[in-house]
Write a protein that binds this ligand. Sequence first.
Ligand code: SF4
Length: 271
Amino acid sequence: MSAEGAEVTASREDTGRTESGQPAPRRIRLTPDGGARNRYDPAMPALPDFRVNEIFLSVQGEGVHVGERTVFVRFYGCPLRCVWCDQPEALAHTGVGRFETMTAEAVRDRVASFPAVRRICLTGGEPVIAPKASLAWLLEDRRRAGWWSSVETSGSRVVEELFGAIDFWTVAPKGRSASTFDGDPVAAQLPTLRRYAALPPSRRQFKFVLQGTEDVEDAVRVLDALSYQGDVVIQPEHGAGDGRRIFEAWPWDRYPDARLIPQTHKQSGLR
Ligand code: SF4
C-alpha cells in the first residue's frame, strides 16, 4: 500500500479513453483510514456498481444497537452457504436470489431519501465483498452528512480498507448447526476472526446465532481462543433456536455479560 492508501482499479467499458483510444481503467484512491479521495470531484471516474437486494427503512432488530431507526442496504451475494440463512433472496445458489444493479450514487440517493434518519447498516448477503471503492465512497458521503454506519458480516473475509470507513462492526461467526464449513467451524473461522477481535471493543460486537448446545460450545471455543473482550450477543436462530435451552446452556459464570437478544424486529412485525 502506498502512503496515500490502496489504489483500486475499476475496469468498465464505459470509462474514459487512453491516447490509443482504448477504454481506460478508472482509479479510485482509498485513504489509509478507508475514505475515498476525490469523492466530490465532478471529474471523478465512475465507481463499480453494486448488486443490491433491497434498501429499506426499519429499526435495528439485533444486537446491542437494537431499536435504532436505520436505513438498511442489503447487498446480494455471499461466499458462504449456511443452511438456516434467513435471507435466501440475497444469495445466488438458492434459486430465489434477486438483485438490482445500482450505481453508488443511486444507492446514496435512495438511502438519503428517507427522512430524519442518520444511521446506515450494510447487510446481506455479505456486504464486505461488495466493491470496496464504492463502499468507501458511500460511507464517506454519509459520514460527511453526519451519519453513523454499521455493517453485519460473517467475519469470514477481511478487507482492511473498510475498517476505517465503517463505524461499528457486527461479526457473526457460525457454529455447527449452520453446516457452513467442512470440518471444525471454529478452526475454519479463527484466522479472520482474530482480525475482527483486534478492533477496539467500542467498535464491534460478536453475535452468535445459536440453535442449541453444540452452537453454544462453538461460540465459547471462539471466545476462549480469541481471549475475547467486549460485547457478546447470543441470538436464538430464527427457525429452530430454543431461547430457554440456550439460556440454560450458556456459561454465565465465564461470560456473564453476554446478552441474549432475539430478532426483535420480527416480533414487531418489521423487516
Ligand atoms: S454468512 Fe450470513 S448471509 Fe451468508 S449464507 Fe450465512 S447466514 Fe446467509
